[in-house]
Design a protein around this ligand. Sequence first.
Ligand code: DAH
Length: 329
Amino acid sequence: MDKKITEISESFEKELKSVSSLKDLEEVRIKYLSRKGLIPSLFDEFKTLPKEEKPKYGKLLNELKNSVQEKFNARKKELESASGGEAKKIDLSLPGRRKKLGTKHILTQTTEEIKSFFKGLGFSVYEGPEVESDHYNFEMLNFPPDHPARDMQDTFFINEKFLLRTHTSPVQIRLMEKVKPPLRAIMPGRVFRNEAISAKSYCLFHQVEGLYVDTDVTFAELKGTLIQFAKHFFGKNVKYRFRPSFFPFTEPSAEVDIWWEPKGKEGRWLEILGCGMVDPNVLNNVGIDSENYTGYAFGMGIERMAMLKYGISDIRLFYDNDNRFLEQF
Ligand code: DAH
């Protein structure tokens, strides 16, 4: 038995050294370690030994088996890493996986475009809260107490006093309370209306408010600025008109329409914004002397501007987060 153990151990070491491929190694494994291999056969022999010899050989055999297995494993690792191992399975000629880059939401892009136009004219950017008080959203803007816009149907009220702002016009008030004229700012932000949801109206949307107050601001300046803006945004050949309108916080007031003629369809006038000269009552409300100062204001819906510019037919698309829509911009 002793002799056999030494022989097997020696021949295994020799063969293991001469092995040069994983395939050869597998043959060595079968010869020594498989179920019918040399080492298991020694264990079979062990069973026939007299009882007193068993402890000694049991120990020797186990040591042999463990050392053979260990050496085999080490050699296997060596051969695997020499042949490239895992790395060899990577096909370097395959095209790489492209990381998908997101884009800015079309509403963000549109807001930025509007902002950058007005910044170029010297307007700064100012923002106000989305949860607003009745005081700023209506009262200070010269809404009479029974004005229909205060109606429960249009406004999301939080309680008697607070609501989700229905327009960005209250930011005008907040700005005029803080900054004395001359002042010129645009005020972008989210607004909320309690209306039935459809392709045309959603419970929330975005507006950009504009305000310019100085000693002699005129309606002509308002017109000039908005015409330039419409040409910049929709292209220099855009057809537009100013139509008299009414807002509690401006006097006189107007709405601007552009001529809209989608391919193959009949054209029509579409409103893009409201504007006017700041009502003297509003100036007085914030402590600006309406005898010395005048101002103009305007407000436009950002979704509507984007819908017209890009031919988007349903306002809900802006809020669905459907990549097929978002990826187009
Ligand atoms: N706040 C108005 C709205 O939500 C829009 C508007 C009209 C704003 C005229 C103005 C303005 O500043 O002068 O419908």
